[in-house]
Design a protein around this ligand. Sequence first.
Ligand code: FES
Length: 212
Amino acid sequence: MANAPYTEKVIEYFQNPKNVGEIEDPDGYAKEGSPACGDMVELFLKVDDDTHEIKDIKFKSYGCASNIATGSIITEMAMGSTIEEAKDISWQEAADELGGLPDLKTHCSVLAVDALREAIRNYEERQGIGEGKKETTVEVVKERLKHVMNPMTGVDVIQTDLIHDIEVEDGKISIKVDLEEDHQFASAVKEDIKEKLEPRWDVEEVVVKFVE
Ligand code: FES
């Protein structure tokens, strides 16, 4: 089909994606959402703590064909590489590897690559190495919360002003969210915030409060 929007390789990877699934007790994990379309990807890593090689990698996509194909190709590219090498995999490389993607679909491969980078970041935060070595401050918390989606808009909770107060003291982070406790999305937002911050090596407790 000359005018088909997808290359044969995209279609093939979409129909037979590689490395789909979950890893129990992962060393690195990320759940990333796309502000452009509201879709989501989860990515799981097993990493060798001595060599920092990726021993296993799996993903779950709630996105479109481009996203599934990119998730498949980047997990193949990352498998067996070190986390430093995997950080350098770009959405452009992934798209080239797939024989190109329509412009409109760029964000889908960006989303898959972001999930990989965030899962590596999550590993580094648990280990207190690389980018994850930074001490947790209010600024760092804000930065990390840019990767938590506001489910009502599909844009992150910082940009949409959903977070009111952030306090960091002696390993305890307290966050106030501009939602009522019984709001339909309150528990999902709370869970996502905790998931993003609790693994940090210097964080002992994350308390999420809602408006009265
Ligand atoms: Fe949402 Fe592709 S349109 S991931």
